[in-house]
Write a protein that binds this ligand. Structure first.
Ligand SMILES: CC(C)(COP(=O)(O)OP(=O)(O)OC[C@H]1O[C@@H](n2cnc3c(N)ncnc32)[C@H](O)[C@@H]1OP(=O)(O)O)[C@@H](O)C(=O)NCCC(=O)NCCS
Length: 145
């Protein structure tokens, strides 16, 4: 398989592709209510990223800065591409971006509990108690930037 090329999203058209990938995975695959999937940060202050393999959209994620935290959100690898280390590649890209641009002192995320081991392998540690978001169990995770 060809390499995945990850880039920062700069156009409205690319952002729409990210929304589409998120819709397929979060709304259609995981049953998240459609009205919760896109929020006010998407158009205003989120950094969006898109991963392409041979030009085909394969992965996306965003970063939003909240106070002292650069928060990684909406992490998606399309089903057909999972299990090939692309999620890890995407996460490393986001973490490097947050550090290189000094977005915040901490890098954080809310992990779906099934994916805790995945984020632990990238240096994140859980904090606090499990909580429900859009009907899915989550837990906060963080690491210094
Ligand atoms: C979570 C997700 C992004 C992982 O992407 P991926 O490309 O399949 O992951 P990778 O192939 O990079 O996996 C890297 C490592 O994490 C592990 N891993 C991946 N998903 C895991 C999971 N759900 N639970 C435990 N470990 C997991 C892999 O086994 C691999 O470890 P290894 O290198 O020791 O074998 C992907 O499953 C996904 O998009 N899921 C649906 C959306 C979602 O739930 N997003 C996360 C919201 S918190």
């Amino acid at each position: 398989m060809s390499e995945m090329i990850i880039s920062s999203v700069t156009t409205e058209a690319e952002r729409e592709i990210c929304y589409h990938l998120r819709h397929v995975v979060f709304v259609q695959e995981q049953g998240v209510p459609v009205e919760l999937e896109i929020d006010e940060h998407d158009a205003e202050d989120a950094y969006h990223f898109l991963g392409l393999i041979d030009g085909e959209p394969a992965a996306t994620a965003r970063i939003c800065v909240f106070g002292d935290k650069a928060k990684i959100q909406r992490v998606v690898v399309m089903k057909a591409f999972r299990g090939r280390n692309l999620g890890r590649q995407l996460m490393r890209h986001l973490m490097d971006f947050a550090r290189a641009n000094k977005l915040a002192p901490q890098i954080a995320l809310d992990a779906q509990t099934y994916a805790v081991a995945f984020y632990e392998s990238l240096g994140f540690e859980t904090t606090g108690e499990e909580f429900d978001d859009a009907g899915i169990a989550h837990i906060h995770m963080t690491q210094p930037a």
